[in-house]
Design a protein around this ligand. Structure first.
Ligand code: A3P
Length: 344
């Protein structure tokens, strides 16, 4: 985009919401530092690409202002099942597992797009800039969630600070997924290129990632918010690396959490459905039908980029030099000291 940091002056300044509309939370919106905002705008190809949402200092597209309040006040139901994660942690994979266990392995039902079966609550804000008929199926994500019959399976990449207030009082089941931040960053970079047409080098993206200046940052606050609650009976904290090491174990653990019993044969059938190769081929989860509608049917033939991409632990080694990897390690250690949390 040539219009470098287009008209930052046009970006709305902090926009507090009327406090009398709220119970227990006041959302406000702040512009990012000029140098960061300019860099992000160039990379994401739009002016005012991200704003900082309070509480939580969370970076979201400005359109979050249109739905943030409704999300805070969303009516949570006791039989909801939530899947929450920072982006690129294996959430689609984990959600497929959760949905299928919750639906007694209804593989026929699982042929419907995962984005319809279990909508991403904040999707309307993330896709606000997109155009095209495909969007109509998935737009109004908050409305979709509000209108879903129970039991609802809901996905979100929002941190605790922005999730519905009633999550605390109603305490539905929440599965949280976390991943080694180096692999997560590599995966996020590729995803942003595929879905948001991100321009710029991996190194530039890492700089922003390490400064908590990428969409949905800050990372550690997101992960630790749920890690601290991992012993609550309504929360299951999963790690990508554990699912990878022992898919069947993760299935059994999740089934126990959801109060379901699976035979060993069912565990094996589900593990096969969830294998990387099978997920990569599965149009209900690999996002390819949506990408083809969004970017045109020929697009996927012209790029190597894929939503279900590599599925490996340690792919960061193919992308990061020693110095960058060490910076990630220090950053991780700084945040995880005395928390008991670690990643492979
Ligand atoms: P990579 O980009 O490292 O391959 P999310 O669904 O939260 O966006 O996470 C996407 C990441 O999960 C991608 O990581 C994707 O390939 C990986 N993934 C998806 N399905 C998987 C599976 N069945 N096994 C292993 N990894 C999987």
């Amino acid at each position: 985009m040539s219009a470098l940091a287009v008209m930052r002056e046009d970006v709305p300044g902090p926009r507090p919401c009327a406090p009398d509309l709220h119970r227990g939370r006041t959302l406000s919106y702040e512009r990012l530092e000029t140098d960061v905002a300019q860099k992000l705008d160039l990379m994401f190809g739009r002016a005012n690409s991200l704003v900082m949402v309070h509480p939580g200092r969370v970076l979201m597209p400005p359109e979050y202002q249109d739905i943030g309040e409704r999300i805070s006040q969303l009516q949570v139901r006791p039989d909801d099942v939530w899947l929450v994660s920072y982006p690129r942690t294996g959430s689609t994979w984990a959600q497929e597992m959760v949905w299928l266990i919750g639906h007694d392995l209804d593989f026929q039902g699982a042929k419907q797009l995962q984005q319809i079966r279990t909508p991403l609550l904040e999707l309307s804000a993330i896709m606000a800039q997109e155009k095209g008929a495909w969007k109509e199926e998935l737009d109004n994500s908050v409305g979709m969630v509000e209108a879903m019959p129970s039991p609802r399976y809901i996905k979100s990449h929002l941190p605790l600070e922005l999730l519905p207030l009633q999550l605390d009082s109603v305490q539905p089941k929440v599965v949280y997924v976390a991943r080694n931040p180096k692999d997560m960053c590599v995966s996020y970079y590729h995803y942003c290129r595929l879905v948001h047409n991100l321009q710029g080098s991996f190194e530039d993206f890492c700089e922003l990632f390490l400064r908590d200046r990428v969409p949905v940052a800050p990372v550690w606050n997101h992960i630790l918010g749920f890690w601290k609650r991992r012993n609550s009976p309504n929360i299951l904290f999963l790690k990508y690396e554990d699912m990878k090491r022992d898919q069947e174990g993760a299935i059994r653990q999740t089934a126990a959490f959801l109060g379901k019993t699976l035979s060993e044969d069912q565990v094996k059938v589900l593990a096969e459905h969830l294998s990387f190769d099978s997920m990569k081929r599965n149009p209900a989860v690999n996002l390819e039908p949506i990408i083809a509608k969004k970017n045109g049917p020929e697009f996927l033939a012209t790029t190597e980029l894929r939503f279900i991409r590599k599925g490996q632990v340690g792919d960061w080694r193919n992308h990061m030099g020693d110095e960058l990897a060490t910076r990630f390690d220090w950053w991780t250690q700084d945040h995880l000291r005395d928390t008991g949390l670690s990643f492979d």
